[in-house]
Design a protein around this ligand. Structure first.
Ligand SMILES: Cc1cc2nc3c(=O)[nH]c(=O)nc-3n(C[C@H](O)[C@H](O)[C@H](O)COP(=O)(O)OP(=O)(O)OC[C@H]3O[C@@H](n4cnc5c(N)ncnc54)[C@H](O)[C@@H]3O)c2cc1C
Length: 398
């Protein structure tokens, strides 16, 4: 499929030729003509001053061939040769979707020299592993990664594709969805299969997080969703699960890119290490003043953990943004999450509700944080936390 030009409307201004990022438009007899390289980005549609260009739309009638689309795919991203945690988490989620559908779960890995890493994906739930191996895929590259995935999808027709809502996923997965003319639900917090329609139910916060919306993709395939790291849980690795990695040598045309990765530099700047912390002590507006975070820092350091903050605390300037937990902050899943003076607004909950254990201390018995808490304490935090700190210190001394 490619952009459609209305020859009668085209004035030959050539603006679409200049704006096309892949050089797919040429002039013939003073009329613009779209070539096969068109990747349906739509930039020419926006640029055309006489609205002579439109995007093709799939007809609903194509639903008849949906039965050709089978299998759940998980795109497992790697950085510097190491598979990111979100890939393992999505294999866990993908496993239950595939089981409900009675279909295979396939892990897709792009990189170079990563056969052993690819093999590990079986133990995390994959039935099949497709590993596209080429030096040009060592480091993430928007254009080549998109083309590889688009071509694989066109060849093999998966029913569902899951990917991380990470910097990498956010960057190229929308391009892949556009390339295969399907929908994409970003930042899902829950995924399920409909009992009757067998569609992927993709739930995510909507309207600024004030409602949870469940989104379906009934008219096109594949059904595509991204999920942030730490929202889903990986399966415990099962080393008895083994298989044969399918190594794919990509077509050279899939690797063409205008981008060259010159160097990859590991970030060394210290940031709030919430993602890896096993204990997080989070403070909200209920703390009242910024100096009260010192008490939280003391508790966190006694427990070997890190300090988090609600958006209200961050907006008030009490803590830097790097500590914010929630929809517009970090998504975390520690062994223990302690919420102090945090009401539990939905935008906060989506960032921490998959924690193993949640201890909430709040004066208000109706605070929504108690709906997700493992242990809820309806008390003034300034009575409980100093006593808790003293108790832990005494335990450590004894
Ligand atoms: C688009 C959008 C994105 C957002 N993203 C985020 C996000 O990423 N993260 C986030 O946190 N929020 C986010 N929010 C904001 C969110 O809606 C809430 O406003 C925010 O989480 C409230 O923070 P809080 O719980 O600290 O404050 P409040 O809601 O004011 O709650 C304070 C709580 O402290 C309790 N309290 C007061 N004093 C004490 C005491 N002495 N002892 C015990 N308890 C006490 C109160 O009972 C109350 O429940 C977002 C909002 C929008 C619209």
């Amino acid at each position: 499929m490619k952009a459609i030009i209305d020859r009668d409307e085209c004035t030959g201004c050539e603006e679409c030729v200049e704006v096309c990022p892949v050089g797919a438009i040429e002039m013939e007899d003073d009329v613009a003509v779209v070539g096969d390289d068109c990747d349906l980005c739509g930039m020419c549609v926006d640029e055309c001053p006489v609205e002579a260009i439109t995007m093709p739309r799939k007809e609903v009638a194509e639903e008849a061939v949906f039965s050709d689309y089978r299998g759940v795919w998980v795109f497992c991203e790697q950085v510097a040769g190491e598979i990111a945690r979100v890939g393992f988490e999505l294999l866990g989620a993908g496993r239950s979707l595939a089981d409900k559908l009675g279909q295979n779960l396939t892990a897709v890995l792009l990189g170079h020299g990563l056969k052993d890493e690819a093999q590990r994906l079986f133990s995390f739930g994959a039935d099949e592993v497709i590993y596209v191996d080429h030096p040009a895929l060592s480091h993430f590259n928007d254009e080549s990664y998109s083309k590889v995935l688009i071509n694989l999808i066109k060849e093999r027709k998966p029913d569902i594709i899951l990917a991380g809502a990470s910097s990498i996923g956010r960057s190229f997965i929308p391009r892949v969805a556009a390339g295969v003319q399907t929908g994409l639900t970003a930042d899902c917090t829950e995924l399920d299969i409909g009992d009757e329609d067998r569609l992927l139910y993709q739930t995510r916060p909507a309207f600024g997080g004030n409602v949870m919306a469940t989104i379906l993709c009934p008219h096109t395939r594949p059904q595509m969703a991204t999920v942030r790291s730490r929202v889903m849980k990986p399966l415990a690795p099962d080393e008895s699960r083994q298989g044969q990695v399918e190594v794919v040598n990509p077509d050279e045309t899939w690797l063409e890119s205008r981008v060259e990765v010159v160097e990859v530099v590991r970030e060394t700047k210290e940031t709030a290490n919430l993602a890896d912390a096993e204990v997080i002590v989070t403070g909200g507006r209920g703390l009242g003043t910024p100096d009260k975070f010192e008490m939280l820092e003391e508790l966190a350091s006694l427990l070997g953990g890190a300090v988090g903050a609600s958006r209200a605390a961050v907006d008030a300037g009490w803590m830097p943004y790097a500590h914010q937990v929630g929809q517009t902050g970090k998504t975390v899943s520690p062994k223990l999450y302690i919420a102090l003076g945090v009401s539990g607004a939905i935008q906060h909950l989506v960032g921490m509700q998959s924690s193993d254990n949640i201890l909430a201390i709040n004066k208000d018995p109706d605070a929504p944080i108690f709906n997700v808490a493992t242990i809820g304490v309806v008390e003034d935090l300034f009575d409980v936390v100093p006593a808790l700190i003293e108790k832990i210190k005494a335990e450590k001394r004894g």
